[in-house]
Design a protein around this ligand. Structure first.
Ligand code: GLA
Length: 370
């Protein structure tokens, strides 16, 4: 399990920068990954989500460069080194997330000075834990420090989402960037993605959330994700609403009358919004059992209605619950990636040993408790 703290990762980024560029960085900043506990794909439908930041994350080290407008990228986590121009369009490379964030905050400054970048990360890519949002927010924080710009966490989340939507071309919602920028480690975050109203959500005492990589890296994520976004839009048009979160349980009869698969896509959004609200209430009441049951229901709607799970994660969730976990579900964008499991603290060691034996291709990434 990775337990690198922010300090360790910042040091790794600074050392990597110095080794690569022959001088220390001028600014280093960390941003965490996140795990989503409930409310999947609701965020681009104006719904509610319940994620939390992780101890794992990304550190970005920056220093000004030698050639105005030129940016040099290096990383211990991503293979290829690159040199690009600040005015360049996206290319599909990992450096797009950094470049997009830099352009969003300090394009004129970089056009005048040039920049060197080094990224260190202990977040697995493709696990559904928001490595891209962590890179964006880490970059915004480091660039703000370097160029003396104010840090506004909500504004940074909005800018980072815009980078994804308009520069990278990923039609995601606001959940990841908001959690990474605004969330407080050790706390859940209940967020209304339409109003951006948010509340801390206490984690249940005496219990831990385990984040386990299924070993199946996002399959078809990009095409699958965009397809879901398009299906939700089509369902909105068919139902005459602006966003699917305008609908509630009372609308399920007319939702079910829609053609396949739009009916099940809309049913998922209504269902997961309800489960997320109930989940927030359960966390506030300290009711871990209830929260666990809701996680299992949430996995079922991901599987049956939204069809974003894979047989491997379905089997893991089922086995975790059969083994005595209070709840389990696939987390994140889907089509593989990580599952999140709720267990009593006293059961963590036994559960993780048995699970690793039953599913040797999996990897425990994080244990998060109150
Ligand atoms: C990805 C996106 C988020 C959200 C989740 C699914 O992580 O970036 O905006 O839609 O998938 O809940």
């Amino acid at each position: 399990m990775h337990t690198s703290t922010e300090t360790e990762l910042n040091r790794a980024a600074a050392e990597g920068f110095a080794a690569r560029y022959g001088r220390p960085p001028a600014a280093v900043a960390f941003a965490p990954g996140r795990v989503n506990l409930m409310g999947e794909h609701t965020d681009y439908n104006g719904g509610v989500v319940l994620p939390m930041p992780l101890g794992l994350g990304v550190s970005v080290a920056l220093g000004t460069g030698d050639i105005p407008g030129e940016i040099r990228f290096a990383s211990a986590a991503f293979e290829a080194e690159e040199t690009r121009r600040v005015e360049e369009a996206s290319t599909g490379a990992w450096s797009d997330y950094v470049l997009g964030a830099l352009k969003a905050l300090a394009e004129p400054e970089i056009a005048a000075a040039g920049l060197c970048v080094f990224v260190a990360s202990n977040l697995p890519v493709g696990a559904g834990l928001s490595s891209s949002a962590a890179v964006e927010i880490g970059t915004l924080r480091a660039a703000a420090a370097l160029f003396g710009k104010p840090v506004d966490p909500v504004d940074f989340a909005l800018r980072a989402r815009k980078v994804e939507n308009e520069f990278v071309g990923m039609p995601c919602g606001i959940m990841d960037q908001f959690t990474v920028s605004v969330g407080v480690p050790g706390n859940g975050l209940f967020l209304d993605t339409r109003t951006l109203e948010y509340h801390p959500a206490p984690l249940p005492d005496g219990h831990s959330f385990l984040v386990i990589h299924s070993g199946v890296s996002h399959r078809l994520t990009e095409s699958g994700y965009a397809t879901r976004v398009a299906e939700c839009k089509a369902a909105c048009e068919a139902l005459g609403v602006e966003m699917l979160s305008d609908l509630g349980p009372d609308d399920l009869a007319r939702i079910d009358a829609l053609a396949e698969p739009l009916n099940r896509r809309a049913r998922h959004i209504v269902t997961d919004n309800r489960l997320t609200r109930e989940g927030f209430a359960a966390l506030k009441a300290g009711d871990a059992n209830m929260f666990g049951q809701l996680m299992v229901e949430s996995h079922a709607t991901e599987r049956d209605n939204y069809e974003i799970t894979v047989p491997e994660t379905d089997a893991m969730v089922e086995a975790a619950v059969a083994d005595g976990a209070l709840g389990a579900r696939q987390t994140g964008g889907g089509f593989g990636g990580a599952i999140v499991v709720l267990v009593a603290d006293a059961e963590v060691d036994g559960f993780t040993d048995r699970f690793a034996r039953a599913f040797p291709g999996t990897r425990l990434l994080a244990v998060t408790s109150a």
